[in-house]
Design a protein around this ligand. Structure first.
Ligand SMILES: Cc1cc2nc3c(=O)[nH]c(=O)nc-3n(C[C@H](O)[C@H](O)[C@H](O)COP(=O)(O)O)c2cc1C
Length: 256
């Protein structure tokens, strides 16, 4: 299974076997992280792998995912660093699935103060992982997701490769499965929007940037698989427009 195939069959794993992983595998995971591309530009990031096989990590969260390992993601504070982190986290999530391991995003970073910082970087997100009690994959199509027709406005009939990009975006995991993305699709471009939300729902949308980073990882992995050259750009002319129910995020533009 490659990363692209993993997009459609991975699932959140919440039941683990508390067994150690081999040093070779842990090294391979760290090396893979070091080679990952960022979403855009230069971001200074790093991970730490916390060995929780003796149940020593306490995450302050109701019903947290208990796993033998946690990957802690750190980033230097900068614009859109959380979106970039979601992008990196999803690439690791899929890599772990390809290695036959289970993984699940953790919706909290409330761990001890000593883990909140790494050099001058801040803890942004946590991925639980390890050997899964059950299969870490499901049948393609079993994920509970909104249909493409509900997520997209098509300006014309999309071509096959455009549908593949959108399908991969549709399968992205999100916090509480909120799937906040909406797409306006032209011939060779996808304009990405999020549904506007009320101030009293902000806690629900705390992971908004991370969610979008995850979804963009799915788009870019699919573009690689299809040998498409895609740029993620914020278009000034759309940024300046105001929409009643949606807020503009970015556009994915195919380069010819
Ligand atoms: C940013 C983020 C935070 C999440 N936090 C939690 C969590 O704290 N506990 C949990 O059980 N699942 C958590 N999830 C997993 C989602 O609930 C899950 O991805 C979503 O329901 C879709 O299901 P699937 O991953 O099995 O496709 C989180 C997912 C994301 C993207």
């Amino acid at each position: 299974m490659n990363l692209y195939e993993a997009i459609f069959v991975r699932k959140s794993v919440r039941n683990y076997v508390f067994e150690p992983l081999s040093e070779d595998l842990l090294r391979e995971i760290r090396t893979h992280y070091a080679e990952l591309p960022n979403l855009f530009g230069d971001y200074e990031t790093d991970i730490s792998i916390y060995d929780n096989t003796r149940h020593t990590l306490h995450i302050r969260q109701f019903h947290t995912v208990k796993a033998p390992y946690y990957m802690l993601f750190y980033s230097r504070e900068s614009a859109r660093c959380q979106m970039n982190m979601g992008y990196l986290m999803q690439q690791m999530n899929l890599f772990l699935c390809c290695k036959g391991l289970g993984a699940c995003f953790v919706g909290s970073t409330a761990v001890s103060a000593s883990l909140q910082q790494k050099r001058d970087m801040r803890l942004i997100g946590i991925l639980a992982f390890g050997k899964s009690k059950e299969s870490p994959v499901r049948k393609k199509g079993e994920a509970r997701r909104l249909p493409l027709e509900e997520l997209c406005v098509f300006k014309e009939v999309p071509r096959a490769w455009m549908r593949q990009l959108l399908e991969a975006a549709r399968f992205a995991p999100s916090s509480m499965n909120i799937q906040p993305w909406r797409f306006v699709v032209f011939d060779d471009r996808i304009h990405v929007f999020t549904k506007k939300h009320k101030a009293d729902h902000l806690e629900k949308y705390r992971w908004e940037e991370v969610n979008f980073g995850i979804m963009f990882a799915n788009i870019m992995i699919t573009a690689d698989e299809l040998w498409l050259d895609v740029d993620l750009i914020r278009l000034e002319n759309i940024s300046q427009k105001s929409f009643p129910n949606n807020q503009y995020i970015l556009s994915a533009i195919m380069k010819s």
